[in-house]
Design a protein around this ligand. Sequence first.
Ligand SMILES: N[C@@H](CCC(=O)N[C@@H](CS)C(=O)NCC(=O)O)C(=O)O
Length: 208
Amino acid sequence: MKVYEYKGFPNPARVRLALAEKGLIDDVEFIHVDVMAGEHRTPEFLAKNPSGVVPVLELDDGTILSESAAITDYVDHVTGDQDLTGKTATERGKIHMIQRKVEDGLLEAVGAYFHHATDGLGPDIETYQNADWGNFRHGVALKTMRWMNEILEERDYLAADHFTVADITAVAGFAFADFAKIEIPEDCANVKAWRERVSARPSMAHAV
Ligand SMILES: N[C@@H](CCC(=O)N[C@@H](CS)C(=O)NCC(=O)O)C(=O)O
């Protein structure tokens, strides 16, 4: 299988983390898409993903998957042991719920701040900006960090008693927050302890 990506960007990092967690990282050919040069907006790339974003997974039979949550779901199922996305209906529902809240409230909120309220990736890529929206989403990111801090008062990982895709999305979200210079609030000690805990996982070396 092939993964079209830009190494170090937050959403491609989610796919790399899932692949590394499942022991599949060496089975993949990574293809660099030069986002900074606009390669993700060429007709060739848009034919793979009309949304014009990375990552994209291409299977050996030509099947294309985009959207990081869909790709990590595939990666978790292809090995037959669904530890990242949940084994029972209840576990799956809970992990899916928390993952989506982290994706929207942290990763995408930080992204909106970065792309709309800062220079982002520069004028050639940031063709539409709305600073009010970006600053509003900055507040959502902080609120989400505090909500995550409350969850982590009860358990070591965000959506289960073990590491899941919700944690993967959060790892990418916090790395993006670091890059965008959004600091974790002082009172979020549980989040800081969680970051240290997940940073020790061997998969982290493959994230960037
Ligand atoms: N919802 C998509 C978002 C993917 C995304 O926003 N990727 C970024 C890199 S982290 C990108 O390609 N940005 C280029 C652009 O927006 O022009 C997913 O989950 O994969």
